[in-house]
Design a protein around this ligand. Sequence first.
Ligand code: ADE
Length: 234
Amino acid sequence: MPVHVRAEPGDFAESVLLPGDPLRAEYIARTFFESPRLVTRERGMLGYTGSYRGRPVSVQATGMGCPSAAIVVEELVQLGARNLLRVGTCGGYHRELQLGDLVVATAAAPQDGTVSSLTRGVPYAPAAHFDVVHAAYHAAERSGRRTFMGPVVSSDLFYDPVEDPAGLWSRLGVLAVEMEAAAIFTIAAMRGARAGCLLTVSDTIGEEVVRISDEDLRAAVDNMVELALDTLHG
Ligand code: ADE
């Protein structure tokens, strides 16, 4: 049994949704799964398994930041997970991004310590698995939701004293900032699993930071989770 995700092989489905927030994991399981079962609660990092349209699926909280996500993903793979889909929020850098938009991350620039520790500082481009990106693209297209596909940056900082310094990330075509995808993509690649990442824009970062309301965030995240389940099981 792994040290942190305390569960047995077979407790998790091969396909796992990965929100950062444990309470969002609980909400997803109770709202969208048939017959949800709590499979781990170690450190409050809740994980559930149930089914969606009759097929097994799990949801596991990663916590915040790449170090936490790296532990969780490594242990999920040890437990038999093969398809990993982060569902989270992001801060939008791209000028056209509006609050509540969906971002499908194709890659995640690793502005974090975890990926460079794993690669021993060797330059590396963490990327989502093509199969997951492809399925997410079609799920988003079917839903009609405003969707942007492209790279994001995974930062160690939520409260960054210098957001998007000199517009660097925007000029490089990076759509948004979040905090876990780079580690999830890297560990999945190292361990032969497939990973992807869907994000709802919860704040836009320009001259000033503008945040989404709680109510609009809830609706946008609900829609994203349906899309994520379609991506895994569509
Ligand atoms: N997740 C949502 N908004 C974010 C931001 N501004 N920075 C990092 N992660 C985020």
